[in-house]
Structure formats: C-alpha cells, structure tokens
Design a protein around this ligand. Structure first.
Ligand code: G6P
Length: 354
C-alpha cells in the first residue's frame, strides 16, 4: 500500500485512492436496515450542547465543512484555526465537545488547542487518520477516518475521508440521518470513480500554465472547497492562488481579476448556483477565463469557458466530488511546471512546532 505502484507521484496515487478510502471510512458505519449511522467509537459520548472544531491547513477546510453540516442539523458549531484557538477566550465547559481534525494527529497547534480545551473541562474528540497518534491517545474519544497512509505532503484523500467522517459524526450527534443522504453516501465511491475516469482537468494545464494567479470561488458547502482548491494550488505549483466565498469577491478580490487570472467557480446545485453565476459574470466582464466545476453543465456551460463535471448527488456530498476536480487541476498544473509534487519546498507533512 505504501509504494507508488505505477503512479508517477504519490499524490496522484492518493487522489486515485479516494473511492477506496471512502468505502473504508463507511464500512460497517451505516446500517442500511435502520437508516442509522453507527460509530461504535462514540457510543460513550454524551450529546454536547455545543461543538468547536480546531484544525490547521487542509484539515481546517474539512472542519469548516463539518461545522456547517452540524449547524444545519441544529447543533451550535464553530470552527477555529488551531493556532488562533484559546480556550480562555471562547466559552468552554463540560458540555462542549472540541473536535480536533488532524490527519497526522501530531500537529503541534492542534494538539495545544486540544490540551487547552481539555484543561478547561471540554470533552475532546480526535478525528484522525493515525492510529496511536498523540491526538488519538490524548483525546477522550477518537474517530478514525481510515484513509490509509498518505505520503504526499499535500493532503488529498484524507480531506475526502475527513469530510465523510464529519458527516457521520454529525449523524450521530444529530441522532438522525436523511435517507437521501445515506443513499448518496452509498453511491459516493462509484461517483468518485466516475470523476477520476472522466476528468478533463489535465487539458487546463496547458491552457493556463502561464497565468498570473488562480482564484477559486464557492458558496455554502463549496466555500471550504474553494479555500482548499487554492491551498492545493499554492502548495504544489508555487503559484499565487486564493479562495473566497463567492459573495466576498466584490469586497476586494475583484480588484485583482484580469484576463490572466483564471477563476475556478464551484457552480453546484444546493450551493446557490444562481448567485455564484452572478459572480462569474462579474469576473468575465474583467476578462477572466472561468472554469466551472458543476453538477449542472447544461445550466452553466454557456456562461463559462470550461466545464469540469461532477455527478449529481446530495448537496452535502457534492463538495467532495467537486474538490477532486480541483485536486486534479492543481496536480496537472504542477506536473506541467515540473514541480516537486510529493515534497513541495518549505512544507512538511506534519508540523510539530507551534
Ligand atoms: C501540514 C501539512 C498539511 C496539513 C496540515 C495539518 O501543514 O502540510 O497538508 O493539512 O499540516 O495537518 P494535520 O495532520 O493536522 O491534518
């Protein structure tokens, strides 16, 4: 499992492992008979009054997604960058569940936040990929995302697995799960495979390799994916990239938009596609090429320059599919630029200093 096999890079291999990773994450955790989510690890967890999620990097983007999902299920949830978290400045008590989202389970900022939260009386949960990690050992509860080893420094499959695991945790804390959502989860591995087999992202690399910068816009469930798309682009291409909630474009970033700044627009049903289309028109008026990542190609193709299609699914799951298209776009661009994709300069897989 730890070898590169026939893949040129670990990152590419890990992007292609996402279907299997999600199968593993789901295995035995959804009961098709009763439509219930079963996370045995959380059997002893009392339902919290509030939830705080702490994380860094890609895991922070997954945490943003998870917090939105929790709030949509009536659970008060907030996300914090672990490096900015101070248990004394946010209300924490024994009815607060603090979830550390951390692939490695070793990130110093996240560990410090979890320890502080624990010291202030909160209940802690590690959502991690790494059995026996510091987070897994020190937190009151642990939920493994089961993505398998990730060697590429830039996180890929673990982001998808974190999102699915957070959706499962939401189902447990909300004590309910929509049948349509569970159906979507069951179909997700096959849909991921469809995206991987049909993606047109490689063709973009030639067209846009010389661009000045790359922007990513999304809304609601796809807003964290816009942030993640930009982070991936920065990490492995060393090019300037920024992600925004689409509504914020007009409050500053629009000043940067030119014909040399392609915009990746997450135009998906269930994340206010019509409004984001309005933002697309704003950037096109400034000459920017637009690449739509969409589950509604017929609706959007006449407004954009390129379409990266994803299958239709439950709106909570569309971001997972959309993100895979962005991973591939960054991968192919970095490949075209001859970058050190698996070990980008200045970056480490796990950052154990604050
Ligand atoms: C490093 C890695 C990122 C990762 C972040 C958080 O910066 O390069 O890919 O997202 O740490 O890591 P964690 O293990 O806590 O998820």
């Amino acid at each position: 499992d730890a070898g590169k096999g026939s893949y040129e890079h670990y990152m590419k291999k890990e992007i292609h492992e996402q279907s299997r990773a999600i199968q593993d994450c789901l295995r035995g955790r959804v009961d098709p008979e009763t439509n219930h989510i079963l996370l045995e690890e959380l059997a002893e967890l009392d339902l919290p009054a509030t939830v705080q999620l702490v994380a860094c990097g890609t895991s922070y983007h997954a945490a943003r997604y998870g917090a939105r999902l929790l709030r949509e299920h009536g659970i008060a949830a907030q996300t914090f960058l672990a490096s900015e978290y101070r248990a004394e400045t946010v209300p924490v008590d024994e009815e607060t569940l603090v979830i550390g989202v951390t692939q490695s389970g070793e990130t110093a900022d996240t560990m410090r936040a979890l320890r502080e939260a624990n010291g202030a009386g909160a209940v802690t949960l590690a959502l991690t990929n790494t059995v026996g990690s510091s987070a897994a050992r020190e937190c009151d509860h642990v939920c493994y995302i089961r993505a398998g080893p990730e060697i590429g420094v830039a996180a890929t499959k673990t982001f998808a697995s974190q999102q699915v695991a957070l959706a499962l945790v939401t189902g447990v804390l909300a004590e309910t799960a929509e049948p349509a959502f569970l159906q979507g989860l069951a179909e997700l591995p096959a849909q991921i495979q469809t995206v991987l087999e049909n993606s047109q992202a490689q063709a973009l690399a030639d067209a846009y390799v010389d661009s000045d910068a790359y922007f990513f816009i999304g809304r609601e469930y796809t807003a964290p994916v816009a942030l993640e798309g930009a982070l991936k682009m920065k990490e492995i291409t060393y090019k300037h990239a920024e992600g925004f909630a689409a509504g914020e474009l007009k409050h500053g970033p629009l000043a940067l938009v030119t014909e040399r700044t392609p915009v990746f627009a997450l135009l998906t049903e269930g994340s206010r596609l019509e409004k984001t289309l309005g933002n697309v028109k704003e950037v096109q008026a400034r000459g920017a090429p637009v690449i739509a990542v969409t589950d509604a190609p017929q609706t959007v193709e006449r407004y954009v320059d390129h379409v990266l299609e994803v299958p239709s699914t439950h709106p909570y799951l569309t971001p997972i599919l959309a993100n895979i298209q962005l991973q591939l776009a960054s991968y192919w661009l970095a490949n075209r630029l001859g970058r050190s994709i698996d070990k980008p300069r200045n970056l480490a897989k796990s950052v154990t200093v604050e």
